[in-house]
Design a binder for this molecule. Structure first.
Ligand code: FAD
Ligand code: DLZ
Ligand code: SF4
Length: 510
């Protein structure tokens, strides 16, 4: 039967079973459309990366002799809408069947279901064959429970996939080596030179500029650094295993002004657009370790595997268990706007300046920068989760709603009241100073809570606990901090709140 198969820009699984046989009755369609470039304001590197990866995927399909239609952004015959393009192609090509792959986003899932209901031909949907757990696996594991525990889900997947297992026991006698993974980076281990993938995508950038797509951030398209083929994803993978893995866990939470990625893998974009499968990444790391081909110890290896087998699958499970309601959650009722300097990095807060400027330059910040710098500040500044989400969804190369919203609204902003995290991730300057060298060259004084140049994190931190005392006082994990607050002298407490108020009133000038 003459069939049209849609593949979206984050569904570039070269090993998908669809592609195993070449069938002249089947035509694949990939399309660059304003609907997807404009649903949020993306980083320019994200749009280039996706267009380039789609283009490369199309070349692969053509080489394998599959029929393929590629609609590009400035094509005359592009209705700039997935649905309109599909309607047009079905009529023009007399297709009798339409097939698509399960999208990762709720928005697109509903959209494609609606499209199928409108079509007068047979339709069907297939799995992307990428994730380790199914969409509803997490909700089945936690049926009837109010909160979801990462550790429970992670262990289930470890057992199911036989990853780092010795029979029924975890390798090394423990499931989780996180306690060993909290070192500060002081330059003691050399960070290997950056792997430059040397892609020249200036012509794609030109097309994007010509189409006048509004984007954020910068790019050097002649030296595009993100992987856009499975071969490049594997190069990054090899580089990670050989050069970075031995120090991955140790410095996972560290931050430094001299380096924007430290020992992180930078694999999230390749994973999220499916150039590489999570299980293959996990198995490669596990095999390297078990066959003694790496200096990395179990704490580094387990720490890395937990990010992908644990956190990544867990966040996807929460997304499908909780959407669409999740995108409206605002537990603390925060209403403030994001400071203007989140879009420029022009602030005197050195930690934020570094985290934001590097995000604009590289479309990347590592986990602890996202959580404990930009996320922490947004939560302390009581910013509406919608504003925070829009920023995270736009600025990062790896941002797709299923993994962005659960991390942002859930883990970072605690807007779900504790489904993902057991307590809000807030800190004063003490944590930031411990895990980075940002405070050393900051305009603000990390030791001061009050007065001129007092680090804003310090008063905003206590102001947060004061404001949300009622909502938090039953949470055993924050009891200690609330006790400290309650034992403070009234005058000190009031002075802190006044200082916080002053900062909040002048947030754009900080
Ligand atoms: P590594 O540190 O090398 O980790 C390896 C892999 O583990 C990552 O590539 C990623 O696939 C996975 N991983 C690690 N932590 C998480 C996590 N918390 N959730 C899901 N997967 C994880 N990740 C995204 O992929 N897209 C997002 O839009 C995104 N938004 C985030 C927003 C906030 C506020 C926070 C706190 C985290 C967010 N993360 C997001 C998770 C994490 O920060 C990134 O996956 C990671 O920084 C990507 O860099 P890396 O590939 O070098 O990761
Ligand atoms: C993010 C993105 C962008 C910027 N552009 C396109 C596009 O033009 N065509 C396309 O098929 N996909 C694009 N994507 C990825 C989609 O937004 C993604 O497939 C959905 O959000 C589902 O996860
Ligand atoms: Fe950030 Fe405060 Fe440290 Fe400055 S002093 S870098 S604002 S934590």
């Amino acid at each position: 039967m003459k069939t049209l198969r849609l593949i979206l820009g984050d569904q570039l699984n070269y090993n998908h079973s669809w592609l195993r046989t070449v069938d002249d009755n089947i035509t694949y369609v990939l399309m660059e459309v304003r609907e997807e470039t404009d649903y949020t304001k993306h980083h320019i590197q994200k749009v280039i990366g996706i267009f380039a990866a789609m283009y490369n995927f199309v070349q692969f399909l053509k080489k394998r002799k599959h029929n393929v239609i590629y609609i590009q952004i400035n094509d005359k015959l592009n209705f700039q809408s997935v649905s309109k393009n599909i309607h047009y192609l079905i009529n023009a090509g007399e297709f009798k069947k339409f097939e698509y792959l399960l999208p990762d986003e709720y928005r697109v899932d509903s959209y494609l279901k609606k499209l199928c209901a409108q079509l007068k031909i047979e339709t069907s949907v297939s799995d992307t064959e990428h994730f380790i757990s199914s969409r509803d696996e997490l909700s089945k594991v936690f049926e009837g429970k109010k909160s979801y525990l990462l550790e429970t889900f992670y262990r289930k997947l470890r057992v199911k996939e036989g990853v780092l297992m010795q029979g029924s026991k975890p390798y090394g006698g423990k499931w989780n080596f996180d306690a060993l993974n909290r070192q500060t980076y002081k330059g003691e281990e050399r960070i290997p030179p950056f792997l430059n993938l040397k892609n020249d995508y200036s012509s794609i950038e030109e097309e994007i500029r010509k189409a006048k797509i509004a984007t954020i951030g910068q790019v050097d398209a002649k030296n595009f650094q993100w992987p856009t083929t499975p071969i490049q994803a594997q190069q990054l993978m090899d580089y990670f295993i050989n050069k970075l893995l031995p120090n991955f866990g140790k410095y996972q939470d560290a931050m430094h002004t001299n380096n924007w990625h430290l020992f992180h893998s930078r694999l999230s974009f390749a994973l999220n657009i499916k150039l590489v499968s999570p299980l293959s990444v996990i198995k490669q790391v596990e095999n390297t370790f078990l066959t003694g081909k790496t200096k990395a110890d179990i704490a580094q290896v387990e720490g890395f595997i937990r990010q992908i087998l644990g956190w990544r699958e867990y966040m996807r499970g929460i997304y499908w268990a909780q959407m669409p309601g999740y995108s409206n959650l605002n537990y603390f009722g925060h209403q403030n706007k994001l400071p203007d300097w989140y879009w420029t990095g022009d602030t005197k807060l050195n930690c934020l300046k570094h985290a934001i400027k590097q995000s604009l330059e590289h479309a990347y910040a590592h986990h602890i920068q996202r959580l404990m710098i930009t996320g922490n500040f947004a939560l302390l500044a009581q910013v509406h989760p919608n504003e925070v989400d829009a920023w995270y969804l736009g600025i990062y190369i790896d941002a797709f709603e299923w993994v962005e919203i659960t991390n942002t609204r859930g883990m970072s902003q605690f807007a779900d009241g504790g489904m993902v995290g057991t307590k809000p991730y807030v800190s004063s300057s003490a944590y930031i100073d411990k895990m980075s060298n940002y405070c050393k060259t900051c305009y603000y004084d990390k030791t001061k809570k009050l007065g001129d140049r007092a680090c804003p994190f310090n008063s905003l931190y206590w102001n947060f606990y004061e404001t949300h005392n009622q909502l938090l006082n039953k949470n055993p994990r924050v009891g200690m901090m609330l006790n400290v607050l309650h034992k403070m002298e009234k005058q000190t407490r009031q002075a802190l709140l006044r200082q916080a108020e002053l900062y909040l009133a002048n947030i754009n000038d900080l």
